[in-house]
Design a binder for this molecule. Structure first.
Ligand code: NAP
Length: 322
């Protein structure tokens, strides 16, 4: 056991800069990879640019993760974090800025320090896709939001719009209605939803008002959102529509910058290409979870994280434990 000279606190032998495995992203995939790596005796560090949990953190209710009939994303992520912390050093609010490979060693530069590792698992997940229209960026946090669970409470008794026609948008609209928003308008550019029928039926039962064939052209307001400029695509008519807030829920995009810089191959949508062992085209680099595309569910992210951790034993000179 070492001692920190300044604080005199005991430091675990894991408080070092050189690791065997670095995991980037502390969502379900990263947590699961940490557990499997740590239990295989791999010295593991995890970095997350914020507080971990990924997009699962803001899921109001998860009903398809085996063993939990119903659990909030926040509670499940808290359980995973506590579990993973037993096996890996997890560094929150430490963003990885750059990863380079030299021979068989990776150098990982973060906002705090520089580390090395012999293997890397990329679990950076996805981020919310933006509309890219006038007013969106300017009014973000002033009525433009990408997360009903995070910001919905501010709109109780108010009128809001939700943009999108997939499962996420419809679930967000139902949630907003449930927490007491006055009117919830689901604004979708096509004349039918992409969401599952059961979810669509629930939205209709909950009196979510669906505006089909409608495009949001711009968002207007000063200190807060006042109205949207909408385009009725069928009638080819533009009009202003008053709302207090707008929730954009039009899918996600992979956070692939680090992967690109490492020379990792991506598919046409920007997701990392992996084989069944979660290996990428770069030896020693593995990927798991939503950043690899596919089903994008918590349970598959966890499974991929476990496989990636065990696959990394091949470059660590360790015995594959199973
Ligand atoms: P998604 O299924 O890709 O749907 C995105 C929606 O946004 C589509 O309706 C799309 O319109 C619309 N859209 C995209 N770009 C737009 C733009 N620039 N302007 C206006 N509308 C735009 O995304 P998601 O709903 O986030 O779901 C992602 C994945 O997670 C899916 O596989 C989904 O099934 C899964 N998921 C599952 C559950 C569950 O409980 N089972 C819950 C949430 C998500 P178009 O329809 O015209 O393309």
């Amino acid at each position: 056991m070492k001692y920190n000279r300044k604080t005199k606190y005991k430091m675990s032998v894991w408080e070092i800069m050189d690791y065997e495995l670095a995991i980037i992203g502390a969502g379900p995939a990263g947590y699961s990879a940490s557990i499997y790596a740590g239990r295989s005796g791999i010295k593991t560090v995890v970095f997350d640019k914020i507080g971990g949990g990924g997009l699962a953190l803001v899921s109001p209710n998860i009903e398809n993760y085996a063993g939990f009939e119903s659990i909030s994303g926040a509670e499940l992520m808290d359980k995973m974090q506590k579990h993973a912390s037993k096996y890996a050093n997890i560094h929150f609010i430490e963003e990885v800025k750059n990863i380079t490979k030299n021979e068989n060693l990776f150098t990982i530069e973060t906002t705090n320090k520089t580390y090395t590792s012999k293997a890397v698992i990329l679990c950076m997940g996805t981020e919310y896709r933006k509309l890219g229209i006038p007013g969106e960026q300017e009014l973000q946090g002033k009525g433009v939001s990408y997360c009903a669970t995070c910001d919905g409470q501010f709109f109780k008794g108010k009128n809001v719009g939700v943009v999108g026609g997939g499962n996420s948008a419809v679930i967000e609209a139902i949630f907003l209605k449930q927490i007491g928003c006055k009117e919830v308008y689901l604004i979708h550019r096509r004349d039918q939803l992409r969401a599952e029928k059961a979810i669509e039926d629930e939205a209709i039962a909950k009196q979510v008002k669906i505006m089909y064939g409608t495009h949001v052209d711009s968002i207007h307001g000063g200190q807060k959102v006042d109205y949207l400029n909408l385009h009725d695509l069928k009638k080819d008519k533009k009009f202003n529509f008053s709302v207090d807030g707008i929730f954009v829920s039009i899918g996600e995009a992979p956070q692939n910058t680090l992967a690109k810089e490492l020379g990792v191959k991506l598919d046409e949508k920007g997701y990392i290409i992996v084989d069944r062992q979660q290996k990428t085209n770069v030896r020693g680099v593995y990927a798991a979870g939503d950043i690899t595309g596919g089903l994008r569910q918590i349970i598959t992210a966890c499974a991929e994280g476990a496989i990636a951790a065990l696959s990394s034993t091949e470059v660590l000179g360790k015995k594959y434990p199973y």
